[in-house]
Design a protein around this ligand. Structure first.
Ligand code: ADP
Length: 643
């Protein structure tokens, strides 16, 4: 029996019961099968044979490992292919048929054909060829499969590809620039997008080129560093290194933290460069340093003092200037109640302390602190005026933890204002009686002069009366200011309709021979409890300003509306408007916008100050919206009377 002499074949078939197969005793097998089998069995290359119409299975020892343990071997020997390979039958049947029909061999590389082995379905890759086997009559009677399982290779390749892919993603995704330079020419063999971005190039412009061919401008600074790393085979770390690259003909500079890591293996040597852009951090740090320097300079120039209260550790730090403002001459450790509270003027103390207390307890205020107060010097007993601005800071639980701010000595300015208003009130007081007298005489004269016979004299007298009224108005407002400041002003509140007040002020304005088109759009039913005369004074002031600061003939509109339990009155003009930077100050005492146009218009800067005081005493609000060269809308609002 030929397999007994067939070496490996003997091992393979020993004990196999061929009588159970359709082939029967091997002694009587066709010669063509025996011949093909002897080739197959003597081959060390894995081979498989499908023979005859039923495609009976044969294979050699080299093929056995691919069948796995406890699976097909040995019982598929001599078994029809359809029964032996049910799991891949649908795939291989057309291939076998094709080969038998056409007589052409086929070749497949790394084809996935999952088979049952080792007690389970396994994903198996094959590289194989199917060749037809012809018998002595020239008929194609079998298909010889030379095959090799390539599962391991495929897995290896795919693992390799996966790890390459991961490395690429890693390199591409990290926020730092990475490049790997290899060989004597320092060819860029790996580069990520971040690196390309840092040197203002594209990855395509860099990859595969010697680095200093594509970024020649970096050579003077960086070539020696790389040379040193390669020579010493030691990593170099550089921090905040300035670099410059050319981009569209211009040098762009920045700062990098860099790592140069040398490497070498059997095939190549090189250096990996990792760089992190720290330009922004450095620029911001420089800005902060500059700002701090400027701050110190301006603090010194403005003679600003600073305070810093740590409310958690209960400490209070004042700089020298701040100490001076409280008349503290020694350097003892400061304390909120003994130094700050005790140093406040008795008339300001309660107001300031309760305001600070309110800020501590009310985070919705954003901790904004902006006050004026007087101090009595601890050592010298001197009175000083202080303007303090600052901020309370809160933690995540809305607990006040820090209170920081600055203080400015405004004593001189306050003294100036005081002298000004003392003088003005003295003059106004002195003028009041003579002006009333002149007004009386003028009145008498007017009665004596007949308009018909002396039209010119009458017109002069009218003019004089107008001027006298203006002066009386002015002296009254100066007196009002001084009364206000000495707390002597009182409100005479009655219930009235704002509509009536507006109509009255409107007709008074018209009667005084206005040069502008003053209109009013009001509606009845805005009942307020307020001082009729004082609110009229506010409205008069708005109107006379609108007249003063807009061109003759232009329109002025008085409007009135009800908003959320308030009545809001607006006077809108189309005049010169107010610059944004002046707007916050127009309600301050003696403030006048400084420009040649305004200097030519008479005024003292107290009308709006008085108006604000009057409105605030009515628990109301006052404000202005203005656009330069387009006009202003001055408004006030006060609460409607309770029904
Ligand atoms: P006065 O008009 O006497 O100077 P006010 O207190 O009434 O004083 O006004 C303060 C400043 O506000 C004015 O000097 C002027 O610069 C500016 N101002 C007031 N009303 C207007 C307005 N309607 N248009 C432009 N500027 C105005």
């Amino acid at each position: 029996m030929f397999w007994q002499g067939g070496g490996e074949m003997g091992e393979l078939t020993r004990g196999h019961d061929w009588h159970k197969t359709s082939l029967g005793d091997p002694e009587y097998w066709p010669q063509s099968l025996k011949t093909t089998l002897s080739i197959l069995l003597n081959s060390r290359f894995p081979m498989f044979l499908w023979w005859g119409p039923e495609l009976l299975c044969f294979y050699n020892d080299a093929y056995r490992p691919s069948l796995g343990e406890n699976a097909k071997h040995p019982h598929i020997l001599g078994m029809p292919a359809k029964e032996a390979w049910p799991e891949i039958w649908d795939t291989i049947k057309p291939l076998i048929d094709g080969v038998l029909k056409t007589g052409e061999a086929t070749f497949y590389e790394n084809l996935l054909l999952p088979i049952f082995r080792n007690n389970k379905m396994e994903e198996v890759y094959w590289t194989f060829s199917y060749s037809p086997v012809t018998n002595e009559l020239g008929e194609r009677e079998a298909v010889l499969v030379t095959c090799m399982e390539t599962t391991l290779q495929v897995q290896l390749i795919s693992n390799l590809q996966e790890s390459e892919r991961r490395f690429k993603i890693l390199v591409d995704d990290v926020g730092v620039g990475i490049t790997v330079l290899t060989g004597d020419d320092l060819v860029i063999s790996v580069v990520n997008a971040r690196f390309a971005q840092l040197v203002h190039r594209t990855v395509d412009q860099l990859a595969g080129h010697p680095i200093f061919n594509v970024i020649p401008e970096a050579a003077p600074d960086f070539k020696p560093i790389i040379a040193k790393v390669l020579r010493d085979q030691q990593a170099i770390y550089l921090f905040e290194k300035e670099y410059g690259v050319l981009s569209e003909g211009e040098t762009v500079t920045g700062y990098l933290n860099l790592v140069y890591q040398p490497f070498s293996n059997e095939t190549e040597t090189g250096v990996m460069i990792i760089c992190q852009d720290v330009t922004q951090q450095i620029l911001s740090r420089r800005q902060v340093e500059q700002a701090l320097e400027q701050l110190t300079l301006s603090k010194e120039a403005a003679q600003l003092g600073t305070f810093d209260l740590d409310l958690v550790n209960n400490t209070m730090l004042w700089d020298e200037r701040c100490r001076q403002l409280f008349g503290i001459t020694d350097f003892h450790e400061l304390d909120y109640s003994n130094d700050f509270a005790a140093g406040l003027h008795p008339e300001d103390k309660d107001r300031i302390l309760s305001l600070i207390d309110h800020l501590y307890k009310t985070p919705s205020t954003n901790g904004v602190y902006d006050v004026e107060y007087r101090t009595i010097g601890a050592a010298d007993g001197r009175l000083r005026w202080v303007r303090a601005k600052g901020r309370v800071y809160y933690d995540a639980h809305d607990t006040a933890v820090r209170f920081i701010g600055s203080v400015l000595d405004i004593t001189e300015q306050k003294d100036d204002d005081q002298r000004k208003s003392d003088f003005i009130s003295m003059v106004s007081h002195e003028l009041k009686t003579p002006l009333t007298l002149i007004k009386g005489y003028n009145q008498l004269l007017k009665e004596d002069v007949e308009t018909a016979t002396h039209p010119t004299a009458m017109s002069f007298l009218m003019q004089t009366e107008k001027q006298i009224n203006k002066m009386i108005g002015l002296t009254e407002s100066f007196l009002n200011v001084s009364m206000l400041e000495s707390g002597k002003i009182s409100l005479n509140k009655t219930l009235f309709d704002m509509d009536d007040l507006i109509k009255q002020v409107h007709s008074e304005s018209l009667a005084s021979g206005q040069t502008h088109n003053i209109h009013c759009a009001t509606k009845e039913g805005s009942i307020v409890e307020a001082d009729f005369n004082k609110i009229s004074q506010v409205l008069h002031n708005f109107i006379s300003n609108a007249v003063k600061y807009s061109k003759p003939g232009s329109a002025i509109l008085i409007d009135c509306e009800q908003l959320d339990k308030q009545v809001k009155v607006t006077v809108k003009d189309t005049g010169m408007g107010i610059n944004k930077q002046d707007v916050p100050f127009v309600f301050e005492r003696f403030y006048r916008v400084q420009n040649p146009q305004i200097n030519a218009i008479s005024g003292f800067g107290i009308g709006l100050y008085l108006s604000q005081e009057i409105i605030e005493r009515h628990n109301g609000k006052i404000g202005v919206e203005s656009v330069p060269d387009e006009g202003s809308s001055f408004w006030f609002s006060i609460p409607l009377a309770e029904k």
